[in-house]
Ligand binder design. Sequence first.
Ligand code: BLA
Length: 509
Amino acid sequence: LSQLSPDPKSVCEAEPITRPGAVQPFGFLVAVEGEEKRVAFASANVVAFLGRAASDLVGRPLSEVLCEASCARIDSLMDTERYAPTNFTRVRVRDDAATFDAVAHRSGRHLVVECLAPAEPADAAQAISDAQRLIQRLREAPDLDTMLARAADEARALTGFDRAMVYRFDEDDHGAVVAESRRADLEPYLGLHYPASDIPSQARRMYLLQRVRHIPDIDAVPAALVGAPGHDPADLDLTHSVVRAVSPYHVAYLRNMGVKATLAVSLIVDDALWGMLVFHHGRRRDVDCTMRGLCDVVGQALSALVDVRTGADREAVVASRTAAIRAVERELAEADAIGTGLGTVADRLNEAMGAGGCYIRIGGASLRFGTTPPEPACRTILARLAEEGAGYCASAELRTRDRALAAHAESAAGAAAIFLPGRPGDGVVWFRPERRRTISWGGDPNRPVHIDPRTGELGPRRSFATFLEEVDGTSTRFDAADAEVALRLRRAVIAALLRISEERLNWAR
Ligand code: BLA
C-alpha cells in the first residue's frame, strides 16, 4: 500500500489479491505441472503437516508426496470441469498413516491440490440434518425479509459462529446488513450500510468464482509459497484456492472491527453477486470440508430462493398496477392523437409508474400532467436520459446527469423515460419527487480509509461508529417492476402511433 498513491480506492482495487504468493496456514498447498505432476510450488507450512520442507518437495512428482491411490483419485476428479472446491476427496500421505481432505482444481497449467484436516464423520450427520432443516425453513418463509432473517438465525446455529449476517449489495456496490443473528452481548450491525470500497471490485469478482471464503484466524502467520527454480509464486493464480492468504488490508479491517475469524458465502442471483452470508467469530474458528460444502449448499439454496422471491415480488407490483396499465392501453388503442388520448387518462398514466407527474413529447408538441418541472427542464431530462437508454432509461438522482436539474428536485429528483424508435427527441418521462432519508453507515463513508499521520500509510478506517448521513436530492429507485411497466406502455404508444399514422394515410387517400 503505497503512501504515494493519491486515491485510497484505487489502491484497494489494484491490490493483487488473487496472487498473494502465500496461503493461510490451516492447510497446505502443492501445485503440480506436466505429465509427471512434478511439484512446481509448495507452501512453506507443509513441514508442519508432513515433516518435509517445501524446498525438498519442489521438483518431485506428486506420487512421492501422496500415496498412489490418492493420486489416482485426484486424477479422476480432474476429468470433469466442476466448481473447484467441490472437487474434494480424502487422501493419504505416501508411506504414512496421515490423511487429509483434499480439494483440487486447475489454475493455468497447474493442478492445485490443497490438503486440510479431515472432517469428523460424526459431526457430518448432524450438520447435514441442520442444513436440511434450514433450507426447509427458508422455503416456508412467507416473504423475503422473513426468509433472510431465518437464513441468518439458522446459519448461525448451523455454523456456531458468534454472528451471522445477510449482507446485500446495492446497485452502486455499497452494501447493507439486511438480516442478522448475533450473540446477545454483541453490538448490532443490522441496518448499517458500508461503502463499496470495503469489498473492492476484484474481491467481488473473486467471490463470484469462489463461493465460500474462510479465514479461521486473522492472526495466523501466512505461509509463503516456495517455487521450483524459475517459478515465481506471485504467478500462481489462487482465485479458486481454499487456503489463499488474506489481503493484509482486510486483516487490519477485521482487527479494527474486533473480529478474529470470518466465513463468507456468496449469494449469486442472475450471475451477479447479490450479497453474502457473512459470519464473524471472536476466537479462532475452524470449519471442516463438510461444513464448507454445506455452507455452499445453503448459499446456493438461498440464492435460488431469493431469485424466485424477488421475481414474484416484482410480478406482484406489476399486477397491482395492472388496472392503471390497462386503462392507458385501452385509451391508446382508440385515441385519435396520442397526447390528447393520454391526457384523458393522465392520472392512470402516472399511477402505472408510481410517478407524481409526466411529460409527453411527440413530433415537436409536448404536454405535461401532474406535478412536473417547467417545460425546458422536462426537455433536458428527456434528452439526458435519451443519451443512455435505447428504449428505456431511469435515474433516481437526475442531478448527476445535469447539475442544473438539482433545482427541480422537489418535483423531479428522479425520472424514468421511454423513447420511440425512429423519432429522436420524442418520448414520455415520468417524474418522482425528492424523498429525503437518513442512511446509517458503519463508520464515516467519506473516510473509508485511515491515513497514518506519521508515515502516510493507508489502512482501513479505525472507527466503525454509526455515522448518520442525510440524503437529499434523490427519489425512490425505479426498479425492475417499473422497467417492465414502462416497456409495456412503450409498446402501446408505438402501436398507437402506427395505427394513427395508417388511419391518416387511409383517410387522405
Ligand atoms: C473482503 N470485506 C471483505 C469481505 C467482507 C468485507 C465480508 C469478504 C471476506 C470476509 O469474509 O471477511 C466487508 N465485512 C465486510 C463488511 C461487513 C463485514 C462491509 O462484516 C459489515 C458488517 N476493505 C476495506 C478497504 C479495502 C478493503 C478500504 O475496507 C481496500 C484495500 C479490502 N476487503 C478488502 C479485500 C478483501 C475484502 C482486499 C478480500 C479479502 C480476501 O479474500 O483476501
